[in-house]
Design a protein around this ligand. Sequence first.
Ligand SMILES: [Ca+2]
Ligand SMILES: [Ca+2]
Ligand SMILES: [Ca+2]
Ligand SMILES: [Ca+2]
Length: 508
Amino acid sequence: MPRLPSVLSLVSGALVVGLFWPLACASDPGVTDDPSGGSGGGDASAGSGGIGGTGGTGGTGNTGNSGGTGGGWPTTGFGSPCSVDEDCGTRQCTDIGKSTSNRVCTVPCVEGSPCPGGGYCTFHEEDGYTCIPDTGNQCGQCSVDADCPNIGDRCLISANNDRYCARDCAFDGACGVGFECKPQPAVEPTDPDAGGDSGTELKPPAACVPEGNESCACDAKRDGVARRCSTQSGGLTCEGTETCNAAAGTWEGCTASSPQPEICDGADNDCNGTPDDGTDLDMCAHEGDPANTSFVCNLGQCELAPCNDGWAAYPSSLPKSVGCTCRVEAGDIGGANDTCAGATHVGSVSDGSLNALTVSGRLTSDTDVDWYKFDTVDTDEGTTNSYHIQIDFTAPVPANNEFVFDVIRGDSCDTPAASHSSLTSYTWCVDGTGTGPGGETIGEQVCSAQGDRHCGPHGRPYYLRVSRRPGVTGTCDEYRITITARGSFNCDFTKACAPQVDETGQSR
Ligand SMILES: [Ca+2]
Ligand SMILES: [Ca+2]
Ligand SMILES: [Ca+2]
Ligand SMILES: [Ca+2]
């Protein structure tokens, strides 16, 4: 860094930039030899035109000085492209590019004096605080600092979440209209010793920010940039993005949805940041009010909670909103009677009485079965026996096409015999007279303790298993089964009762 101290001493001696240039010029004969300098000298307005053509934005500042001091001044003034210091009337050729080299003629910054020609002051690691031309870098598009063109540029983010290039203003706090100079966190210098070597006291970092930390105006520099936008309703706010359409000069196409009460759909309808964060009751209210249960929101879907005890959601073809309308019998809650061991004991029937047992229930799932157990009593009637077990469906009405039962006669939870399975009516009786396979008279309509035909006893426990006929469409219809031990007709040995076995050894 050999140059900076000498530059600074020159600045302090000259006090202002306008005075510095003639001093430098006079001390360097090479510059006065520049033929282009002669053509621009002497007339301020004519010089302005010539400089503007070669030096761009820096031309005006240079022109005033050269015009004021007479002829022989180079046109390669502030902001002009250059390769080496000698190319510049300012004697300072600086690479102001950040990622891409961009060498232009510059001047040192001076406290209390604006940079020439619309330039601005930024820090250069070798040259210290340096006036560089305004290259239109402010509000350029960027993702990181390196995307911005000039040294000292920052890639900042606005309150609307869009990023933009912001130029340095640490030296003098000067920014254009509509911008304000805001402090910024320090960045690691590419050369950690730069500040120390230059002898320059570094100012706290700052950059030009749109007033209010708003987005830069939507213009050609910002075309296609997206920023955050929002939609508000009822105290709720949803956010989205909108895009700068430079041709129209407006931000367009805000993607924010309209805030809505939270429903169970996997989406964050009220835009509070959490999907489906309402109560199950509220979020599924639109699904209806199911009976004997409630909706719960699960993975974006309103599902029925388990039914209250004593109720089932059956048949499953019903709409979810119906809920649990199929009553489960007390003896079947939790599937209690789904096995023979859990059979519901429903009482007993006797041939000494016309009283019947009635069993009713519902099959409350596709696979539900109901087991029942009852006792039968064969009373001693002396010379006759009216024991006649009859089991029949009496509901559904008018016809039962859905339910069947299996029968086990005896006190054992065996598999029902095939001939005693899938029945809708069952008879086992001795209260008649018939002819056996050997031509003998059978039946206990006439019987005695001493004669050929004894009078029982035949009383046995029974198991009954109610199930749904295979392939039938299930309903929650109630079935009803009537059981008697005293048949309403005499036993017909020609068709009923088979495969009745000889349980006593004496009669069938
Ligand atoms: Ca939410
Ligand atoms: Ca939701
Ligand atoms: Ca059951
Ligand atoms: Ca009897």
